[in-house]
Structure formats: C-alpha cells, structure tokens
Design a binder for this molecule. Structure first.
Ligand SMILES: Cc1cc2nc3c(=O)[nH]c(=O)nc-3n(C[C@H](O)[C@H](O)[C@H](O)COP(=O)(O)OP(=O)(O)OC[C@H]3O[C@@H](n4cnc5c(N)ncnc54)[C@H](O)[C@@H]3O)c2cc1C
Length: 440
C-alpha cells in the first residue's frame, strides 16, 4: 500500500492512524472535521489518551468503504450463550482458522463470505452448519468446465442480457425479439450449475429461475463448498434463521432456529455482510443522502445532489471495482486501473474544478432517486444503492459521458465478447488529467 501511495505521489498527504469522528458542514459550505488518533489497528483511543484536533477543508470525499463496517444481527440470549462458553463473531474477524478447530461451528448466511468461511472451517471443525435464510444461485467459475465466467460477467454481451434503464440496441434486441434466446442462455446457466455441482441432489436448488434472480443476488461458487456438502462435512439448513442464542438442555452453548430446533454451537460466525452507514456525518446530512429505505441516493453513485462539496467514492461498487480489475488482468502496476472507482475519481476531480457540465441539482437528485427506485423495483436491493451490478459497464459509460470521454472503438468492440481490459481506460485517465492540469 505504501509503495502504491508513493508511486502516485499521495503518501505525504495521508494521515495514518487517524479517525474522522465527526464531519460538520459550515455555513460557508466548507467541512470541519474532528480528527482523532487511533491505535495501530484503527481503533479509537480513549478520549483522555487520544490526540484530537479539528481541521477545515473545502471539499469532503468519503471513501470509508461499503465493506468496512461489519454487521452482526442482534440476538437475544447472547449473554447466556457467551457465559456458557459460546462465541459470536463476524466473518471478517476469523483471522486464523485454528479458532474453529474441533469446535461445533455455525455459519450464518449463504453469500460468498459465508460459504468461503464454511468451506474453511469444515476442514478443521468438529461440525459446520450453515444457516441459510435464502438459497441463491452460485455461478461456477468455469461453466461446465469449459466457459470461464469472465466471458459472461465481464463482457458487454453478458451485461446486455439485463435491461438497463437506457438500454442500447443489443440489450433491446435481446430483451425484445430475441427474448427467448436470452432466457434460454440464462436458464442454461442454472442447468449448468446444477449439472456441475448436483445442487438439486443436495436439496439446494434455489427457488425461481436463474434469469429471474440472477444479477446481484448471484455469487460465484466457493471452491469445494458443494463437494463438502456432498461429503457431509458441511450441513445446510435452508430457509432457516437463528431466532435466539442460548444453551442446550445439557448447558452447552447453542442456537435456536425459527422452527424451534436447538443444537450446540461453540462458534457462531456471522457471514451477514456490512453496515452501510457514515457515522461521522450528521443526521441532517444523512437525510439528504439516504432515502426512506436506507438507500444511498447518489448521482452516478458519486454525489449527493442536495449537499454541496460532498462526494463519495467506492460507493459505485461494480464488477470492475478495484480488485476485479487487478486480479484478472496481470499487468505492471502502472497499467492497473481501478475502473469504477478510478473513473469516479476523475469525475470528482473534474466536478471540483467546475469542468463538468451537469444538470441542475434538483434534476440530478431526481435522476439518482429514480435509479435507486428502479434497482429496488427489480429486486436489486443489495448494498443499499451502492452496488451497480449487473450494470457495471453501463454506469461507467455514463460517468465517461459526463467527462466527455470514451474508450477507443477497438476496445469498445472487443468488450462485447472479451473481458474488459483495465488498460483500455488508461488513455482516458491521461487525457482527463492533462485537461485538468491545463485548466489549472
Ligand atoms: C470478503 C471480501 C472479498 C472481496 N473480494 C473482492 C474481489 O475479489 N474483487 C473486488 O473488486 N472487490 C472485492 N471486494 C470488495 C472490496 O472490499 C472493495 O472492492 C474495496 O476494498 C473497496 O475499497 P474502498 O477503498 O472503497 O474501501 P475499503 O477497502 O473498505 O477502505 C475503506 C477505508 O476507510 C477507512 N475508514 C472508514 N471509516 C473511517 C473513518 N471514520 N475515519 C478514517 N478512516 C475510515 C477504513 O479503515 C478503510 O481503511 C471484497 C470485499 C470483501 C469484504
């Protein structure tokens, strides 16, 4: 991280071990931040020991991460469970798999993190039971051991299977005259997934067709997960929830399911996701950027139109957010592009310079609200409006259009059938930065 920060000339501007505990907008539109010293792990120091100071800034860009505040459901009986020796942790807190050795482990959730954790604990635990509220489709990494999933998820053709709010020609054809072809393609993925992993034999076939619930509610298969369910080292309780924690009849720590079943559990791991909140912003500001359902209403996933001098980056999560770009395209560091977030960073820099010609604030707010409502109406309720999957490229295209930019025609054509190359976006970065430097 330090090498990266130095390479891009920002290292000297970073205040390490510093927590933003409060951010208040002043009457002149600037932001007054309360900065508090933390320990090396980022935990706030007790007030009497912490160095605290206030600084004022013209603009505030929130990059606090949509996956940085662990969410653990609150269960009654937790104190009794813990007094009996049980432990409840978040999936992100399982630092060493040895913590699960010889224990009766319960994993809450059926998303990627939950299944990843279960596949690991099952190797060392006495037992691993997954409590799955909803069973969802899992896409194989290599479909039928032939087609890499990148060809489906990281191409424009794959994205055109889903109808964007302003669909292009191919999406209109695939969702119009060729609807049955599209549906057949999507349904065949469900069939392939079942054939590859025998999920119907395991009783883990999700309800509904693949095409109805694909999009953001689909995750990649965890290597070895279904094999471990076959072997019996992982047990899945489908469509069940934990109703409370407590003890079993013989006093062991345990969980009670919503059907009344009670069983012993030494370690309960919540693969239940992340809190989407920005605790250092006031409730007034929250009201301007979060709607009645808790969705972030951000224009392009970047800017709350109703609050001046405030931007968000990393809240436009897509299939082309940082690590995706890096992982699948091994190139030298200078060619790495963190596509969604990097394009958003250019957008923010341009907006700060007044170099974007945007619609008025009311129009931007209306558009942002229509977007989250539109996602919500299609069942895409994930991450409270901070995820644009499956419309990753479409949203990046919109950001580029605001910047008056586009990638080359060759790359554009290639992206229809081949996974996106981060390097295709490098000229955009160079052009926008050159423009901004020229204007300064
Ligand atoms: C298990 C898991 C697997 C993932 N796998 C992938 C993957 O394969 N590919 C992919 O593209 N993405 C993946 N992601 C998503 C990945 O986390 C994000 O793409 C990336 O980390 C987002 O970067 P970010 O900088 O926006 O946020 P983060 O990496 O979360 O960084 C936020 C930073 O802000 C700091 N912060 C928060 N609040 C404050 C405050 N008040 N004051 C000061 N600092 C603060 C945090 O300490 C943290 O350092 C995964 C996420 C998880 C949880």
């Amino acid at each position: 991280m330090e090498v990266y920060a130095r390479q891009f000339g920002v290292y000297e501007h970073i205040k390490l071990q510093t927590l933003v505990s409060n951010a208040v907008q002043l009457s002149d539109g600037r932001w007054s931040l309360t900065l508090q010293e933390t320990d090396e792990e980022g935990h706030a120091l007790p007030k009497e020991r912490a160095n605290q100071q206030t600084e004022t800034f013209d603009k505030l860009v929130v990059c606090s991460g949509v996956f940085s505040g662990p969410y653990i459901p609150s269960y009654s009986g937790r104190a009794t469970f813990e007094a009996a020796g049980g432990e409840l942790i978040h999936s992100s807190e399982l630092a060493d798999i040895a913590e699960a050795r010889n224990k009766r482990v319960v994993v809450i959730g059926y998303g990627k993190s939950a299944c990843d954790v279960a596949a690991e604990t099952a190797k060392v635990a006495n037992s691993t039971t997954v409590i799955a509220r909803h069973i969802i489709w899992k896409l194989p990494r290599v479909i039928l051991n032939v087609v890499p999933y990148q060809l489906l998820l990281l191409t424009r053709l794959g994205e055109a299977l889903f109808l964007y709010k302003n669909p292009g020609l191919v999406a209109r054809i695939l969702n119009g005259p060729l609807h049955s072809v599209r549906q057949g393609m999507l349904d065949s993925l469900g069939w392939a997934s079942d054939k590859q992993y025998g999920i119907s034999k395991l009783g883990l076939l999700p309800p509904g067709k693949f095409e109805e619930i694909a999009c953001a509610s689909i995750t990649l298969v965890t290597e070895g997960f279904f094999e471990q369910v076959h072997e019996g080292t992982i047990t899945v309780r489908r469509e069940r929830e934990i109703s409370e924690l407590g003890t079993t009849a013989d006093g062991a720590p345990g969980v009670v399911l919503d059907d009344g079943e009670t069983f012993a559990a030494d370690l309960v791991i919540a693969g239940t996701g992340w809190k989407q909140h920005v605790p250092f912003l006031s409730s007034d500001v929250h009201q301007c950027l979060i709607d009645e359902r808790g969705n972030f209403v951000l224009y392009r996933g970047i800017q709350p139109a109703k609050v001046d001098n405030l931007f968000f980056n990393g809240y436009n999560s897509s299939l082309f957010s940082p690590t995706s770009a890096g992982t699948y395209h091994s190139k030298p560091l200078k060619l790495f592009l963190l596509i969604s977030t990097e394009m958003a960073a250019l957008w923010i820099a341009s907006a700060m310079k007044g170099a974007l010609s945007l619609p008025p604030a009311t129009e931007r707010h209306r558009e942002a609200k229509e977007w989250v409502d539109w996602l919500h109406a299609r069942g895409l309720k994930h991450a409270y409006g901070t995820s644009h999957v499956p419309f990753s490229l479409a949203v990046i295209d919109d950001v580029l259009a605001d910047l008056g930019e586009s990638i080359s025609t060759v790359d554009l054509v290639a992206q229809w059938l081949l996974p996106v190359r981060p390097a295709a976006y490098q000229p955009v970065v160079q052009r926008v930065l050159a423009r901004l430097q020229k204007d300064s």
